[in-house]
Design a binder for this molecule. Structure first.
Ligand SMILES: C[S@@+](CC[C@H](N)C(=O)[O-])C[C@H]1O[C@@H](n2cnc3c(N)ncnc32)[C@H](O)[C@@H]1O
Length: 256
C-alpha cells in the first residue's frame, strides 16, 4: 500500500482554515494555544475520565524498563509522560516535546506540583523534525497527536529514527470505531455534543469541531498499522479500547 492510498485529503472547509492560518501546523499550534487553559478539563469531561485509563494502557504497552529514557511526542500538558514515569521504575525519565508553548507552560506547572520535574523534561520542538540524534530513546510514545501532523508518514519516520533498535513505539489516537451502531453514536457524539461542550467550557466550538473533522481524513486502524510497517516498524499490532473509540498501535524498531 502506498502512503497516498492511506492518506485522504482534508475536507475543503478544513483545508481553507489551514490555508488561512498559514498551513496545518500553524493552525494546530494556534488552536492548542487557545484551548490550553481548558484542555485537561475538557479531556476529563469529554471522555468521562476514560482518557487516563487509555494512557495507562498505552504506557503498559511501552513497558519502559528501569533507567530507561522515553520520548513523548506532542506531550501537551504532559499527561502521557506522567503516566509513563509512574508506570516505570523510579529512575526512568521522559522527555516531552511539543510545539505549543501554552500547553507546555501548563505541563511544567503540573510537573512541579506533582514533584516530577526532575524526571520529566518538557521541551519545545516539532514532532515532524525531532531535534535528537538517531537511536536516542528506549521507547517513543504519543497520545492524540499523529492525527494533527501535516506529514503523518514523515512524523512516523522521525519517531522510528530516534528510537533505539529493539525499542517500542506506542501511539494512542482516536480512531474509527468498527461496527455501524456504535460507530454512528460515536460520530454523533463527536460531531454534535463535543463541540457544544467546547463552546460552553472553553468558548471554542470550532476547535472541538476540528476533533471530528480531523478524524474524517485520518487512516483507519488497519491502515495506520500498514503505514507503520512501511516506515520500518515490525511486530505491529493495535488494540481497540472502549468499543473502538480509540486505538493503541504498538510497533518495534528491529535490531540490526
Ligand atoms: C490533543 S493534544 C495531546 C496532548 C497529550 N499528548 C495528551 O495526551 O493529552 C495534541 C498535542 O500535540 C501537539 N502537536 C501537534 N502537532 C505537533 C507537532 N508537529 N510538533 C509538536 N507538537 C505537536 C499540540 O501542540 C498539542 O499539544
Amino acid at each position: 500500500m502506498k502512503d497516498v492510498e492511506i492518506m485522504q485529503p482534508a475536507s475543503s472547509e478544513l483545508q481553507q482554515r489551514f490555508e488561512a492560518a498559514g498551513g496545518k501546523p500553524s493552525y494546530v499550534r494556534g488552536m492548542f494555544g487557545r484551548i490550553a487553559g481548558v484542555y485537561d478539563l475538557m479531556n476529563r469531561l469529554m471522555t468521562g475520565g476514560l482518557d487516563a485509563r487509555w494512557r495507562s494502557f498505552a504506557v503498559r504497552q511501552l513497558a519502559l524498563g528501569a533507567d530507561a529514557l522515553g520520548l513523548d511526542v506532542g506531550t501537551g500538558t504532559g499527561d502521557l509522560a506522567i503516566a509513563a514515569v509512574r508506570a516505570a521504575g523510579p529512575r526512568t525519565r521522559m522527555i516531552g516535546v511539543d510545539f505549543t508553548t501554552e500547553m507546555l507552560e501548563i505541563g511544567r506547572k503540573k510537573l512541579e506540583r506533582l514533584h516530577l520535574a526532575d524526571r520529566i523534561e518538557l521541551k519545545q520542538g516539532d514532532g515532524e523534525h525531532l531535534n535528537f540524534p538517531d537511536n536516542t530513546f528506549d521507547g517513543v510514545c504519543s497520545a492524540f497527536v499523529v492525527r494533527n501532523l501535516a506529514d503523518l508518514p514523515g512524523g512516523l519516520r522521525e519517531q522510528f529514527r530516534v528510537l533505539k533498535p529493539g525499542g517500542r513505539m506506542v501511539c494512542l489516537e482516536i480512531t474509527h470505531p468498527p461496527g455501524p451502531i456504535f460507530g454512528g453514536l460515536f460520530h454523533l457524539y463527536f460531531d454534535r455534543i463535543i463541540p457544544l461542550m467546547g463552546k460552553v467550557v472553553g468558548k471554542s466550538f470550532e476547535s472541538y469541531r476540528y476533533l471530528h473533522q480531523s478524524l474524517a481524513v485520518f487512516p483507519r486502524a488497519p491502515q495506520l498499522k500498514a503505514l507503520m510497517e512501511q516506515v520500518g516498524f515490525t511486530d505491529v499490532r493495535y488494540h481497540y479500547l472502549t468499543g473502538g473509540v480509540v486505538a493503541v498501535h504498538v510497533g518495534t524498531k528491529p535490531n540490526g
